[in-house]
Design a protein. Structure first.
Length: 297
């Protein structure tokens, strides 16, 4: 049964348990899609995963693919799924059309994002007739009614926000006031960044769940590429271990499970309402971490 994610968070909190979720991207090949539905999703669903999300692609380039994957996950696996929705390259009328299609296809959870422009196209530029800020998208979606709306937060500040993280966090508070039900964070590797972020937002009056986003790393080069794109900081102990393991991807994967498990355990002890795993369309690491957290093997 498809549920509103705000209701999932509420019921989990009332029961004293964290909300676990996973993120996927639309597979680029038929084999990738087969693996996602035949292998990855079944493995994750043996763990206490309450919902998942599917990304939209830079500039909304996977729009039709994304909504189809979300609908199929809900239909074939009975798992609540959230569709990412961005402002990039879309007018308000085009966004209205996507939102209407989502509703018609039973997609009731949306992650409202400004979004990144396609690689090589420079900085974000508002589309004529479109939204400039994700807070505007959040407000628009709230007025439509019937959706649970999430938004993104950046514990180290958004890489494009030259005025610094505290200005970025003030903008996030505006998104919550515009109608966001919860926040999912960008990946981070030092929990101190999350705690400062969470506590600062509480001081701004933000009371919605702020869900840490965690990446179990798989390879050294891939990890460095991710952090370059999003601006996340690699703590010195993390970086030293990553460099020592070099291009031994199997060893890096084991290290990723170990580090992410320790992160997750500490976050939950310190009151994080849940965890959102960036799976990279692979189940192994996320399953291992959830087994470590829950003892369910």
């Amino acid at each position: 049964m498809v549920r509103l994610i705000r209701d999932i968070h509420h019921s989990d909190a009332a029961a004293g348990r964290p909300s676990f979720s996973a993120e996927f991207f639309p597979p680029k090949t038929e084999e990738g899609e087969r693996r996602l539905f035949a292998e990855v999703l079944p493995a994750l669903l043996r763990q206490p995963v309450g919902y998942c999300s599917v990304t939209y692609g830079a500039g909304g380039t996977t729009r039709e693919k994304t909504i189809g994957i979300v609908e199929r996950i809900q239909r074939e696996h009975d798992l609540t799924c959230m569709m990412h929705l961005t402002c990039v390259g879309a007018t308000q009328d085009q966004i209205a059309s996507v939102v209407a299609e989502a509703r018609q296809r039973g997609v009731l959870n949306l992650l409202a994002l400004r979004g990144d422009p396609p690689p090589g196209t420079g900085e974000f530029v508002r589309t004529e007739g479109g939204f400039e800020y994700s807070s505007q998208l959040v407000g628009y979606l709230r007025k439509q009614g019937g959706f649970s709306i999430g938004t993104a937060g950046f514990p180290e500040g958004h890489i494009a926000q030259r005025a610094g993280k505290f200005v970025d966090w003030a903008h996030l508070a505006e998104k919550v006031r515009a109608g966001a039900d919860f926040v999912i964070t960008q990946l981070f590797f030092d929990n101190a960044d999350y705690y400062q972020f969470r506590d600062h937002l509480a001081g701004l009056g933000v009371t919605v769940p702020i869900i840490p986003g965690l990446l179990p790393v798989l390879a050294r080069a891939q990890t460095k590429k991710f952090v370059e794109l999003c601006g996340a900081r690699l703590p010195e102990p993390f970086l030293a271990r990553l460099e020592a393991l070099g291009d031994d991807d199997a060893a890096v994967t084991e290290f990723g499970i170990e580090w992410c498990t320790r992160q997750a355990e500490d976050l939950l002890r310190q009151g994080a309402p849940g965890l959102h795993f960036y799976t990279l369309n692979k189940a192994h690491s996320t399953v291992r971490i959830l087994e470590n957290l829950t003892g369910k093997r």
